[in-house]
Design a protein around this ligand. Structure first.
Ligand SMILES: NC(=O)c1ccc[n+]([C@@H]2O[C@H](COP(=O)([O-])OP(=O)(O)OC[C@H]3O[C@@H](n4cnc5c(N)ncnc54)[C@H](OP(=O)(O)O)[C@@H]3O)[C@@H](O)[C@H]2O)c1
Length: 271
């Protein structure tokens, strides 16, 4: 049976506003797939890159954007075990989440715990997974260490603040402007820095008594060097992304000094 559903479609590459909402057919469910009714989908920086044709992968047009979702299983293929209609599931899908329904391989699905809403669960697939991967797989962190988070009011930034607090780190949120800093405080940041009006390096050194242990950078541009210089002995700079549009050069003398490390984070291709 063919089902009709609504989906956001990118027909030609352009600004995020150029996508359209359409009715489209969802074909009969394949034997090895699970059909999920999407309850919520996260909107990420990467979704904007996809529709503008600025991501390293360019999907064939037209395509349905949307990289993470949570919802309810409504149909299960004949060859699938372990899932049943009514189960709640979340998934990181790359594309296809901005739709009423989506067919997924069971290996893509994770059960949603009862204490999470669909909206909360939908955000776990990208930003939170990146934060967790950064702080547990790309480096090891220890309770009481100081972590500086750039772009702290953004998706990766807020997730990193949450994960860092759960790992018992002392958090410094750096962002532009009072509204963003206020959000970071509401989300539990221990200290905040406005990196437009304050000197990031001096302020971090002051707050930490010598330098941060970890800096997380999803922004790039001029803030990266300041974050590197703000690190103390054995400090680690985690390079996550370049939301500013500027991929900065790293002065290697600043890496040598104080035994610092610069670590790349590519959650999508991580084991
Ligand atoms: N490596 C990985 O595995 C991985 C995983 C997920 C995301 N990423 C990347 O991480 C970056 C951030 O993603 P996100 O979801 O946190 O994005 P976001 O929610 O849009 O936040 C980005 C932050 O960057 C800052 N920024 C500075 N200049 C900007 C500009 N010109 N446009 C937009 N933001 C700007 C803003 O903070 P201020 O105004 O406070 O500076 C903003 O809050 C992206 O490049 C994304 O592709 C990488």
């Amino acid at each position: 049976m063919v089902t009709r559903m609504r989906a956001v479609v990118c027909r030609e590459l352009g600004p995020p506003e150029s996508v359209t909402l359409v009715e489209r057919d969802l074909p009969e469910l394949a034997d090895d797939r699970v059909r999920v009714r999407v309850g919520a989908a996260g909107v990420n920086y990467v979704d904007g890159l996809f529709v503008q044709g600025r991501y390293q992968i360019r999907p064939e047009l037209p395509f349905v954007p949307g990289s993470e979702l949570a919802g309810t299983v409504i149909e299960v293929g004949g060859a699938v075990t372990g899932w049943a209609p009514g189960d709640r599931a979340m998934a990181s899908v790359g594309l296809g989440a901005f739709a009423g329904e989506i067919d997924l391989h069971p290996a893509q699905l994770t059960a949603v715990p009862d204490n999470l809403t669909d909206t909360q669960a939908a955000t776990l697939g990208q930003s939170y997974a990146t934060a967790w991967f950064s702080l547990t797989r790309r480096t090891q962190v220890h309770p009481g260490e100081w972590i500086l988070v750039l772009g702290a009011a953004g998706g990766v930034g807020l997730a990193t603040l949450d994960v860092a607090r759960a790992l018992e780190l002392n958090t410094i949120a750096a962002a532009s402007g009072p509204d963003k800093l206020e959000l970071c405080i509401r989300r539990g940041a221990h200290e905040v820095i406005d990196y437009v009006t304050d000197d990031l390096k001096s302020r971090v050194r002051e707050l930490t008594g010598g330098g941060a242990d970890i800096a997380v950078d999803p922004v790039g541009g001029g803030h990266t060097q300041a974050a590197l210089r703000s690190l103390g002995d054995f400090g680690r700079l985690l390079v996550i992304g370049f939301a500013s549009g500027d991929i900065p050069d790293i002065p290697t003398n600043q890496v040598l000094l104080r035994n610092r490390s610069v670590l790349g984070v590519d959650w999508g291709s991580g084991p």
